[in-house]
Write a protein that binds this ligand. Structure first.
Ligand code: ZN
Ligand code: ZN
Length: 324
């Protein structure tokens, strides 16, 4: 979960405002040398995820150039998979009652036994999220509790809690993405700067978020699981993804290449990690992208356990904002 306190919320909106005005950090443009540059295809987005029709608008990017961007307004409710569950409620609960957590580059099912075993898992006896007598797990159960538990200086009341915010706590969220219709290669890559830098959009309208600040979460002896689709909810961005687990809509490729799952904010396509034969590309650059003549330049997401999708933007990113 990002963004724990009001102060940080304000900071986050300042960052977003900065992103909106300057469209991310400055970066000079060079003409692309790619023989094939694929435009964003608005038809790939699920209509049910959109708050309004996708339109084309002129936007000035960070390099000062004014280009056509698609304006995509999402109602932030996935219609291609369920949201949750996140926290199991009893240490005997099975994997169907909880979500997932990443640690050390691996993805773990958060079931009852996982919660019970946390002191061993993290080699720290302070961890104890459950009542020994009843097996009941401490789970935030109100909007106030999830927000108090999700801030960096965790309310002491919520130490040793499994933290979950329900989508119903934050109704009516809209996310607006401006993505260059035709990706423009930058002279250098643009770093993913954390809070305020959104990585991209899935075809259901949910955003791919920067890495979750797991150290802050764990430092407070809280766990903020993702659901099986790799998403969870906070009060700043509503439901958002930290991992691509194959649950959201994908566009299959005729040649056996990995399926497409969305677009990065620079307009390049984002694809699954593995192709249909279960193989990962071996020629990915530092951003996790490569080029072919069918798809142009595009990215492949990292393994879900890494708490990341791509490493940087090759193109000039558009901008993003959230309306609560
Ligand atoms: Zn998060
Ligand atoms: Zn590829």
């Amino acid at each position: 979960m990002n963004n724990r306190i009001k102060k940080q919320t304000i900071l986050s909106f300042l960052i977003i405002a900065t992103v909106l005005s300057s469209c991310s950090k400055s970066n000079n443009v060079s003409s692309t040398t790619d023989a094939v540059v694929i435009e964003v295809n608005p038809a790939y987005f699920l209509q049910t995820g959109l708050a309004e029709s996708i339109t084309k608008v002129s936007k000035t990017l960070s390099n000062g150039s004014t280009v056509e961007c698609y304006k995509i307004v999402s109602n932030n409710t996935p219609t291609d998979h369920v949201q949750g569950p996140w926290c199991p409620t009893n240490i005997n609960d099975g994997i169907d009652k909880g979500g997932v957590w990443f640690e050390g580059g691996k993805l773990y099912d958060v079931d009852g036994p996982f919660i019970k075993n946390l002191a061993t898992f993290y080699a720290n006896t302070t961890w104890k999220l459950y009542n020994s007598a009843t097996g009941e797990i401490n789970v935030t159960s109100t909007k106030e509790a999830c927000q108090a538990a999700a801030r960096p200086d965790v309310d002491p009341l919520y130490k040793n809690y499994c933290v979950e915010c329900l989508p119903s706590y934050f109704p009516g969220i809209k996310k607006t993405y401006y993505i260059p219709v035709k990706p423009i290669k930058g002279t250098t890559t643009t770093a993913i700067m954390g809070m305020g830098t959104i990585i991209g959009i899935a075809f259901n309208g949910i955003n791919f978020d920067p890495p979750a600040p797991t150290h802050a979460i764990l430092g407070a002896y809280t766990l903020a699981p993702m659901d099986d689709a790799g998403g969870h909810v906070n009060g700043v961005a509503g439901y958002h993804y930290h991992a691509a687990t194959g649950k959201s809509t994908k566009v299959a490729q005729a040649d056996g290449h990995a399926g497409m799952i969305g677009y990065a904010m620079d307009g390049y396509g984002i694809f699954e990690r593995l192709d249909e034969a279960g193989k990962e590309s071996t020629d990915l650059d530092a951003s996790r992208g490569h080029y072919d003549s069918t798809r142009g330049y595009h990215y492949h997401v990292a393994y879900a356990g890494t708490n990341s999708f791509i490493n940087s933007f090759r193109g000039i990113p558009g901008s993003f904002s959230v309306t609560l």
